[in-house]
Write a protein that binds this ligand. Sequence first.
Ligand SMILES: [Zn+2]
Length: 263
Amino acid sequence: MQAVKYRCYGLLLALLCCSASFVYASGSIVLVVDDIGNQRAVGRAAIDIPWVSTVAIMPGRPYTQELAEYAFEKNKEVIIHAPMSNMGDFPLGALGLDRRDGKAQLLANLKQSIETVPHAVGLSNHMGSRLTQDREAMQWVMAELKKSGFYYFDSLTISGSVAWQVAKESDIPWYRRQIFLDHYQTEEFIAAQWQKAVLRAQRGEVVTVICHPYKETLAFFQTLSPTAEELTMSQPLSAVLNYPAEKATPLPPVNQRNFPEEA
Ligand SMILES: [Zn+2]
């Protein structure tokens, strides 16, 4: 039922988008802001970015619930940003997913995350360069997400991630990240990455972009004043998902370059 709901939503947004096609091709930008939950003011400012459609909130943080409620009130889509084990062994913090803790503990942390982030409809990985390459562990994760009707968004923090493939095989809706906006926090870099995303969307592509609540990122979006027509390109993740039973939207190949773990 959940899948049907997402599909209807997607169709509705696609129709709305077509009505604005005199301005742009039918491409779209999904801007996801990651790492929300530790700081209230910065988190709110990031959620308020007009282009942000989807908010990835970390479980078990001081402002997890408050900011999930805030995002929902602002009509932003909420997903869980689950910390996952990584090759650098950076600490995961609360409710991290690590197979070295055992399957039972991993699933207990995942279930608790699902129960304690209000309004969440999907899940993405925070870090995760180790866990997302672990097919069996990702099968455990996807089986649990399926029970809750969640989708999976692969942050693709390492090119060898099998997470999105396992989501597809596990019969849950999925998508994967295409552009990191701000892994270098300079105005020039962020502006250039954003320009890439906009150009691709104007050519008709669906472009998924991850940003973070860095002060440089917030400052960059304050310099933009998107028109209503431009914002019709902005869609939540649930509007662009691939469904396992359907032919997947063609996606650009996975960039073989790996990215910093803070994604
Ligand atoms: Zn993250």
